[in-house]
Structure formats: C-alpha cells, structure tokens
Design a protein around this ligand. Structure first.
Ligand code: GCO
Length: 450
C-alpha cells in the first residue's frame, strides 16, 4: 500500500556498541572481552589504540542521553557488554555492570527515547574464547544464560531486541578471513560447527526474550553486500537481486543468505546444499523450530552498495575519483532503497535500518563548531532513497544512524569519525556536528523535508 511518507511512529534514531564507546574496560568488576585482549597485543589495532577509555560513556551516559534528547532522537540502539555483565561469560553476574545498563535504559526512557538492545556486538568474554568460544557447542547455553541475566534486569524496560550484530563480521571476518578479533582462519568444518552454534544461540535467546519480555519486537542486525541494478528494467533488477542473495564456498560466512535463510526460511541456501552436501550442519526438528522462531523485523546494517566485482577494474560505483567516505566506502544512496526492497521481498518482514552512516575527516573549526556538509549530503541522499521505499509501501520501522558519537572503529582505532557528535578524546568534550542539528530537523518534520 503506497504511502505519503514515514509513519508517525517511525523510529528515527542512532546506534552505538558497548566496546566502541563505553571505556571503563576494567571498572566495577567488568571482565575482559576478546577486543580488550587483542587490543593489548601489538599490531592488531591502528596506532596501538584500544577501547580502555573510548568515549568514557560508562561515566558520561547522562550527558550523552541529554545530547540524544537535544537531537530529538526517538530511539537509541546500543549493545550490552557480555563481559561487563558476566566477567567470565558464564556463572557469576556482575551486579554493578548490570546496573549501568539499568541506569542507561532508565535515562533513555525518562528522556522519551526508545531503547533498542543488541545482545552481542562482538566483545566475546575472553574466558569463553579460551574455552573454544563460538566453536564450543556449550556457547549456545552460555549465551542463553547471559540473555536471561540481561532480561531479568531489562525485560520490562526494553521492547526492541537484536540478538546478534553482523555474524558476517565477527564470524566472517573474525573466524574466516582472520581480519577481526580473534583474527583466526578456521577450517570449513569448524565454520560449520560455529554456524550451528550461532544459530542455536540465536534461537535460545529469542525463546528467552519471548519468555521475559511481553510484546517484544525482536530481530538481528546482519549486514552484507547489496548489488544495485544497472537500471530498473525487470531483468536488471532480478540479476541484482540474485547477486545480492548469492553465496560462494569460500566467503559464505560473509553472505546475507548463509545466516538469514536458516532463521527466516528454515533451511540453508540451495547453494550450500550443493557446495557442502557432507558437512552442512544438521538440526533436529525441535532445533529447527527454535532457530526459526518468528522475528518481528529484519534489521540490516548498510553503508554502500556495488555492482558486480570485476578483478582489476572499477565497478560502476567506484569509478576513477568516485565519491567515497573516509572508510574508502562508495557513496551509493540508492542502496537504501534496493536493500529494503530486496530484503522485504525475500524475508517478508518489516525492515529496520539498524546502521547507516559515514566516516568523515571531521574537526572542530575556528568557530568552535564541526561543519560536516558531506555527512549532511550523504544522509539527505540516503534518506531520500529510504523514503522512496516507504512510499512504495515497503514497511520500514526505523533508521538508526551510525553512530551517535565518534568512537573506536575496531582495527582502525579512532581514525574514523562516524558520529553526529564529535568527541575530543583528549578532553572527552562533545560537540554536536552540523549534521546532528540537520538530523534534528529531519526528525522534527518526520522526514517531510527529504
Ligand atoms: C559494523 C559494526 C559497527 C561499525 C560500523 C562502521 O557494521 O561494522 O556494526 O560496529 O563500527 O559499521 O564500520
């Protein structure tokens, strides 16, 4: 059903992740996570930087929520640090760590901001990593127990839940490509076990959320490569859609379908059955029922789209001198329309853009402000494309800009500034960027100005 614009209750928000903004990496009983552990080892993180202090959000959360309120955010997506809540990942609960999230959630609700919780945004407790991590079949029960601890504290305060952020990265990059913590290249057989454990952990967590959280809205926050059609002729659109939902035998953990088809369709992608007839994970009927428990939205983290990869040649979105962000990612606004369309058509769930944004070489100008016209133009172009999807009748529940604050960008350290709010890491001074004030106007007008 066509619409004139965004629904009145559209969740205009911003996102973050615990390890990237909290700091207080050993405070109040917090345990070590693998990003704490690997950031201490030389050579993994740019300039030897780490999340020990980051944006000091653990101590400054009230100020940060006040800024979110100033921007008029309707929602805020954040993650829970598993090792802060359970220092060893299982067993003992760190009540002080849990209390931080209760305080943060109360602060958000008192500010009229809808809290949206990601249970796992990559910082696996080091103690569990040392017991095999995602390859240990017990991790599904450890994750369920952790989920239950969080739900006991937040189940009546939080309605929106995402179980995992980007298995494509923490498994695809961290355990296949070896480019993210814990920087390992597992065998294909191990990746099958890891995938099975992940899917079971997801299912157990969904079951727990349904048990503890009345009227919960549950999703995940995957990512993946979305191919933008050459033009809007049906043949081109179908080809781009097919390439978007493609997987191959080497990079399957980085694909969309390897993770989403089991959860939303109750089976692995057809290619997987052809590629891995002998090692594909097998589940009992009961396990499949748990993995495929209905979710309420399809969350998706998306920054850029592309055309078909042609070795040694530009694709049509990365031509000589093409517009790029500080991450060297292409500026491809139409990807927000096409990803919403393709994902809705395949998985038949309302869409939540759980991350979209850009890194920019921002700094504080002589006038004390941070002028970031590129980010304003980026957001304007991308949000117009999202509005096209909405007007065509694709149900889109919200848009969580990545990120509320400049923060620790994993292996890039602090070089990449994504925030609507500039952070001077020497003083922890926050400065709302021009884009933050622009976004406030978009939200106030519910996207009318786009
Ligand atoms: C991701 C993560 C975020 C990143 C952001 C910018 O999508 O990689 O969810 O933690 O910081 O996407 O790269």
């Amino acid at each position: 059903m066509e619409k004139n614009g965004f629904d009145r209750d559209f969740l205009w928000g911003a996102a973050s992740a615990a390890y990237q903004i909290e700091g207080a990496y050993q405070e109040d009983g917090k345990g070590m996570g693998i990003w704490d552990t690997f950031a201490k080892k030389p050579g993994y993180i740019a300039h030897g930087e780490n999340g020990n202090v980051a944006c000091d959000h653990y101590h400054r959360y009230k100020e940060d929520v006040a800024i979110m309120k100033t921007l008029g955010l309707k929602s805020y997506r954040f993650s829970i640090s598993w090792p802060r809540v359970m220092p060893k990942g299982c067993g003992e609960v760190n009540e002080k760590g849990l209390q931080f999230y209760v305080n943060l959630t109360d602060e958000l609700r008192n500010a009229g901001i809808v809290p949206m919780v990601t249970l796992f945004h990559w910082n696996l407790p080091t103690a569990l990593y040392e017991m095999g991590g995602w390859e240990n079949p017990r991790i599904a029960e450890w994750f369920e127990a952790y989920t239950q601890v969080v739900l006991k504290a937040l189940g009546k305060k939080v309605k929106y839940w995402m179980t995992f952020n980007e298995p494509q990265l923490f498994i695809g990059a961290g355990l296949n490509a070896g480019t993210f913590a814990p920087f390992e290249k597992k065998s294909r057989e191990s990746l099958m076990k890891i995938s099975a454990n992940f899917l079971l952990a997801h299912g157990r967590a969904v079951r727990k959320i349904r048990e503890y959280c009345e009227n919960a809205r549950i999703g995940m926050a995957p990512t993946g490569e979305v191919v933008i059609p050459e033009n809007e002729e049906p043949g081109c659109v179908e080809e781009a859609k097919a390439q978007t939902f493609f997987m191959d035998r080497e990079t399957f953990p980085s694909s969309i379908v390897w993770w989403s088809d089991p959860v939303f369709k109750g089976r692995f992608p057809r290619e997987a059955e052809a590629y891995f007839p002998d090692i594909l994970p097998e589940f009992t009927e009961e396990e499949w029922r748990m993995i495929t428990q209905p979710l309420d939205f399809y969350g998706f983290n998306i920054y850029q789209g592309g055309g078909p990869k042609m070795p040694g040649r530009y694709d049509r979105y990365s031509f000589q001198g093409s517009p790029r962000t500080a991450m060297e990612w292409n500026v491809t606004p139409e990807v927000l329309y096409w990803c919403s369309k393709f994902l809705y058509e395949r998985y038949e769930k309302p869409i939540m853009i759980t991350e979209n944004g850009m890194a920019n070489y921002d700094w504080v100008s002589l006038d004390g402000q941070v002028h970031d016209p590129q980010r304003i133009d980026f957001m304007h172009r991308y949000l117009r494309e999202l509005k096209r999807a909405v007007k065509e009748g694709i149900p889109v529940l919200g848009y969580q800009y990545w990120s509320i604050l400049d923060n620790f960008e994993w292996i890039n350290g602090y070089d990449k500034r994504f925030g609507l709010v500039y952070v001077d890491y020497r003083t922890q001074k926050r400065t709302i960027k021009d884009s933050g004030y622009w976004y406030r106007e978009v939200i106030a007008g519910n996207g009318e100005m786009l």
